[in-house]
Design a protein around this ligand. Structure first.
Ligand SMILES: Nc1ncnc2c1ncn2[C@@H]1O[C@H](COP(=O)(O)OP(=O)(O)OP(=O)(O)O)[C@@H](O)[C@H]1O
Ligand SMILES: [Mg+2]
Length: 447
């Protein structure tokens, strides 16, 4: 979990929650296999070894028959395990897709209802369930076939042991008591052997679980470094950026110094959000440098960078199950109630908080009782609460009416030393001191 939390935002954006949680389930799978099956294999192996020695004491010839049968069973399982592991892997993947689909459906239930596509989503889920089911049937078939062959080997072994032991008793080489003793021992020997074979079967899936976790474990955590920026002025030095082959920015140079309140506009999809991601170090320039306090974002650790920057990213909508104050402080203990009052005022949330029965102590969950504008203001209050010198707003007030937006922008004007807001509406753009427009992959200053 600690490794997961240290991964970059890009990792989470590239995968659905369902896919990540299903991969995390493999941790439980590995823990169970190691704690239960590996330990049991050691104990059972010791028991089998002791039984073999004791069986030899009764009759080494009959012990050879039992040993050959057990070898045949081991060979059978060995040849079956690779096929079993492959099918188990496909089954885990199919089950993960099915669970991810349930999570995605629940997460977007409003949109599914409003687009009246419940039936289509149900069909999609049924398809995934059928696929998982048919792989499971195939998997069970492999296991049952191995059990059937194992039964045949055991029957042949029982027949041979009985046949030879009765002959040995008849010829006086063995007593009736020895025969009964041997049969009792071989019963427990094969009982334990069957348990071990089942445990081997489970252990063969260990590799599958590790492979599934590889996606998380092989991802490199966000870099940390001891380099501290000198201040927090922002500079783009001849920055170009592309997502794979999609060129977004070309040779952008700009400087934003303390005391700036800047707005960025531009057509949808031109790269405004990308500029904010470059400032936060979530993305690194393809060429050129983004400098914060004179240090390239390549060289500043992400935690250091975030100590200076707060953001309200486009579409940030998350409300946690907890008190209103927890949702502002992100569960950090509140050390200053005045600070809470200040950010509530700056975010124009005071009348909303007054309407809550327990004010700051009111319990919040899900966020379905909030309007779009209220949600945006809570997300903004969260960013303001951190009190960082740089504040980045990506259409953070797009749901507010113009009057509230203007009031809010005037209240937050001095809350950070540098404020950069991305917006589309003319009224919003006018609220900043400087307007930058992104055009043809370049930044142009308008006013
Ligand atoms: N992670 C990504 N991988 C690949 N392409 C991406 C990624 N994120 C964004 N893009 C593409 O980069 C371009 C710029 O995206 P960006 O989000 O910066 O646009 P924007 O100006 O903020 O748009 P909008 O006003 O609609 O929010 C778009 O064409 C988008 O499809
Ligand atoms: Mg955007």
């Amino acid at each position: 979990m600690s490794h997961l939390l240290s991964l970059p935002v890009k990792f989470f954006k590239a995968r659905s929650d369902g896919v990540i949680t299903s991969r995390l389930d493999s941790v439980d799978g590995i823990r169970n296999l190691i704690t239960n099956d590996l330990l049991a294999i050691f104990v059972d192996s010791a028991f089998i070894f002791t039984s073999l020695i004791m069986m030899c004491l009764f009759s080494w010839k009959l012990t050879i028959v039992a040993t050959i049968s057990s070898m045949a069973m081991l060979l059978l399982y060995r040849s079956m395990l690779a096929d079993y592991a492959n099918k188990k892997s496909s089954h885990l993947i199919a089950e993960a897709k099915r669970s991810a689909s349930i999570l995605e459906t629940l997460g977007s239930i409003e949109q599914i209802k409003s687009t009246n596509t419940s039936a289509a989503h149900l069909n999609h889920w049924v398809g995934l369930t059928k696929n998982a089911g048919s792989i499971e049937v195939d998997l069970i078939g492999t296991v049952e076939f191995a059990k059937f062959v194992r039964g045949l080997i055991l029957s042949a072994e029982v027949f041979l042991v009985l046949y030879f032991s009765m002959k040995m008793v008849g010829s006086g080489v063995m007593t009736n008591g020895d025969m009964v003793g041997f049969i009792m021992l071989r019963l427990s020997f094969f009982g334990k052997l069957e348990q071990i074979l089942e445990q081997f079967k489970s252990i063969s899936t260990l590799k599958v679980h590790f492979q599934r976790l590889d996606d998380i474990m092989n991802e490199v955590p966000e870099p940390e470094s001891q380099v501290r920026p000198d201040g927090f002025d922002i500079e783009f030095r001849d920055v170009s950026f592309s997502y794979e082959n999609n060129n977004i920015l070309e040779g952008v140079s700009l400087k934003v110094s303390a005391g700036s309140n800047i707005a960025i506009s531009g057509k949808s999809g031109c790269g405004k959000t990308t500029i904010l991601k470059l400032i936060q170090g979530i993305e690194l320039p393809t060429s050129g440098e983004v400098l914060i306090g004179g240090v390239s974002t390549k060289d500043i650790g992400s935690n250091t960078l975030r100590q200076s920057i707060s953001v309200c990213m486009q579409g940030d909508q998350c409300l946690f199950e907890g008190k209103f104050s927890d949702n502002i402080s992100m569960f950090d203990p509140i050390t200053s109630i005045e600070r809470l009052h200040t950010v509530v005022f700056q975010s124009c949330l005071e009348s909303y908080v007054d309407s809550l029965s327990n004010h700051f102590e009111s319990f919040m969950a899900g966020g379905e009782t909030l309007s779009g504008g209220q949600m945006q203001r809570i997300v903004l209050a969260r960013a303001l609460y951190r009190g960082t010198p740089v504040l980045l707003l990506d259409e953070a007030t797009s749901h507010l009416d113009s009057a509230t937006e203007a009031e809010l922008m005037s209240r937050i004007k001095n809350s950070a030393s540098i404020i950069i807001s991305v917006a589309h509406r003319e009224e919003t753009l006018k609220l900043s001191d400087t307007l930058l427009t992104l055009e043809g992959k370049k930044v142009v200053q308008r006013g």
